[in-house]
Design a binder for this molecule. Structure first.
Ligand code: CTP
Ligand code: MG
Length: 232
């Protein structure tokens, strides 16, 4: 039986949010941001174990969070890299996975991933080998060169990328190895590498509340989302 791993990418510096600590350790309501994402994977029955990628300086904080909230699925804390791509690769090479294991790579900065999205992602990875979570773009997206609009893309075909992104282990490992050989660095998600390696990605339906906390303002937005959930 393959194992299902949730990989929480919390290896960033959170420069756009700012503050004394990286955003993943800053509080959203009463919990560090990273704890919200870990909680979702801890609660999802489809997930067997959890790996958390973090800068070494915060290993202690991460283990304390795992202990305090009883996240017993957390198997290991893995050292992050200089880029998201490196952090993701470090997780892939941190232990002996089986070829058919399923890995769900998720941004620690996305606190509201639902159990439905996690289940859909696991199922899609089992069936198709590679899957990503998307929602339709609501804005018309323009390509700009200098100060001129050069292209308006057809919105009907455009989607916003969310996480998790779910893969059979061999597929994501090979895609990262190929990216290294091809000199691809600084990919902002894992699907782009798997696409470059020639694989098809299955689209999983996301949720507009599965936001990424990118700026300080997003912490306020996240609190609004939490308060609105209490209304239902
Ligand atoms: N990430 C990571 N390792 C890195 C860079 C990013 O694990 N070297 C993670 C972040 O912790 C975050 C996710 O990837 O959960 C998405 O990245 P982003 O929102 O850009 O976070 P940061 O890189 O931390 O923020 P910033 O770009 O503002 O510095
Ligand atoms: Mg970043």
């Amino acid at each position: 039986m393959p194992s299902v791993y949730g990989v929480i990418l919390a290896g960033g510096k959170g420069t756009r949010v700012g503050g004394d600590q990286p955003k993943q350790l800053q509080l959203l309501n009463d919990r560090p941001l990273v704890a919200w994402a870990v909680d979702a994977f801890q609660s999802a029955n489809a997930v067997d174990r959890i790996l958390i990628v973090s800068p070494k300086a915060y290993f202690n904080d991460i283990w304390m969070i795992a202990n305090e909230y009883g996240y017993y699925k957390v198997l290991d804390v893995v050292e992050g890299g200089a880029t998201r791509q490196e952090s993701s690769y470090n997780a892939l090479t941190s232990r002996n996975f089986n070829d058919d294991d399923i890995l769900l790579l998720h941004d620690a900065a996305r606190p509201f991933v639902s159990s439905e999205i996690i289940i859909r992602s696991v199922d899609a990875a089992v069936q198709y080998g590679a899957a990503g979570v998307y929602v339709p773009a609501v804005d018309t997206i323009a390509e700009i060169e200098g100060e001129s609009v050069t292209l308006i893309l057809n919105r009907n075909r455009l989607y916003y990328t969310q996480t998790p992104q779910a893969f059979v282990y061999t597929i994501i490992r090979h895609a990262h190895e190929k990216a290294l050989l091809d000199g691809i660095k600084g990919a902002t998600d894992d699907v782009s590498l798997v696409v470059s390696a020639g694989h098809t990605i299955h689209m999983v339906e996301g949720d507009y509340s599965n936001i990424k906390i990118t700026s300080a303002h997003d912490f306020n937005l996240a609190e609004c989302i939490l308060n609105s959930k209490h209304l239902y």
